[in-house]
Design a protein around this ligand. Structure first.
Ligand SMILES: [Fe+2]
Ligand SMILES: [Fe+2]
Length: 416
């Protein structure tokens, strides 16, 4: 079975549709319409899907359904074709004329960003084994903004049938947490599943006008609820306890401690002031006051990891660590290019988190991270077998760690 998960109706999704259409392999199509999308059906038409395939569209988002309902009620002169062609204008008019009865529904969909959760029956749930001996570790799905890697994830789950799943960050923007975590839950089926957050999962921008420069607030307001609703363990808040194993992890952030030492560009040494400009590194555009609170957030992250590690040690568990960012520079996989992008190495991880993990290294059995999108093959660092899964935009990669044999198997697109 081939699952095509079309996330949004922008050009990336339409490109995906064309590729899959040409391969003539689609059996199930799930469309998640984005905020600005005209409609799922139009996305299909624009992409050049055949008429038959357009009829195969299984799903109109709740947001679009709401618009249909409100237009019928308040703008009876609009027919469906006019609505589909002028959805943005329809929204504007509907906002103006909506009455008290409509407002809570509109607000709920827009403010919570959960207007497009696909209905339950659209994706086959996979019956799962109950043991957690073989754990799939992966990262960097980037659902939403780029071509995501859900197809590879789905295929790997079908082929490998792991007992449990850990996804270490860069899931989706906070406003889409509910939708995307529901998508993950549907693919993993009944398996135990834990997620950590990544830098992209803190991209609130400034729209909400609240204190979202502090990552703790983003976790509380955007991620804990949807994780609970989808029965996912949020590693940024608690350990996943599966048999004799504890998964300990979280985001990590960057503290500039993993930057290339003594970096010189254009003949000038690169100092902290340059790193804090974040020029070209998008977190500085989308995480509010990223530069000002870089050290506070890095410190909070390290304290959280230390606390959860100590808890797992007190619980006498075998500890497997899943971080989004790199705790040590050996894991960032960054080639030294001699170009401006060498600055980005400074954003690859958090040396404070690295120090906390190193202090407890004798208690840790395995460590993985993601974030840089460069795969690093397992090697012992401070005595811990450690690796970077190196998943990339649209490229699914992960490892299956067998907790009884203590073996590591790479899955997804070949990295080495
Ligand atoms: Fe990423
Ligand atoms: Fe990342």
């Amino acid at each position: 079975m081939t699952l095509l998960w079309v996330d949004g109706s922008g050009w990336n999704s339409q490109n995906d549709l064309r590729i899959h259409e040409s391969q003539d392999q689609i059996q199930v199509i799930v469309v998640i319409a984005q905020r600005k999308s005209v409609s799922s059906t139009r996305a299909m038409k624009t992409s050049g899907m055949s008429k038959k395939r357009v009829e195969d569209v299984l799903y109109v988002s709740p947001k679009m359904q709401l618009l249909f309902d409100l237009v019928k009620k308040h703008l009876p002169e609009w027919d469906e074709e006019k609505l589909r062609k002028n959805a943005d204008e329809a929204w504007k008019l509907v906002f103006e004329v909506a009455d008290q009865d409509d407002k809570p529904r509109i607000n709920e969909l827009f403010e919570r960003g959960e207007y497009n959760t696909p209905p339950e029956e659209e994706v086959k749930r996979i019956d799962a084994p109950t043991d957690t001996q073989r754990i799939l570790f992966t990262a960097d799905f980037h659902m939403g903004g780029h071509r995501s890697s859900l197809q590879g994830f789905y295929e790997t789950i079908e082929e490998e049938n792991p007992g449990a799943v850990v996804i270490a960050g860069d899931l989706a923007r906070p406003s889409r947490a509910g939708t995307q975590l529901t998508a993950i839950r549907k693919i993993v089926g009944k398996r135990p599943c834990a997620v950590a957050l990544g830098n992209h999962d803190f991209w609130t921008g400034n729209v909400m006008g609240k204190n979202y420069h502090l990552m703790e607030n983003v976790i509380d307001d955007f991620w804990t609820g949807p994780c609970r609703d989808n029965d996912l363990v949020l590693l940024d808040r608690q350990n996943a306890l599966w048999g004799d194993v504890a998964i300990v992890g979280g985001y990590g952030h960057f503290d500039l401690g993993l930057a290339w030492p003594n970096l010189i560009l254009d003949g000038e040494p690169v100092g902290e002031d340059i790193y804090l400009k974040g020029d070209g590194w998008n977190d500085f555009n989308y995480i509010p006051q990223c530069a000002e609170f870089l050290k506070v957030n890095a410190r909070d992250q390290a304290a959280g990891v230390a606390k959860r590690l100590d808890q797992a040690i007190a619980d006498k568990k075998r500890i497997l660590v899943a971080m989004h960012t790199c705790p040590w520079s050996e894991l960032n996989g960054h080639p030294r290019t001699g170009s401006y992008s060498d600055i980005f190495t400074g954003y690859s991880g958090n040396s404070k988190v690295g120090k906390e993990i190193k202090k407890r290294a004798s208690n840790i059995e395995f460590l993985m991270c993601g974030h840089t999108h460069f795969a690093v093959k397992e090697r012992k660092i401070h005595g811990i077998p450690s690796l970077n899964v190196g998943a990339d935009y649209g490229v699914f990669r992960g490892v299956i760690y067998d907790t009884s044999k203590k073996t590591i198997k790479w899955v997804g697109e070949t990295a080495f």
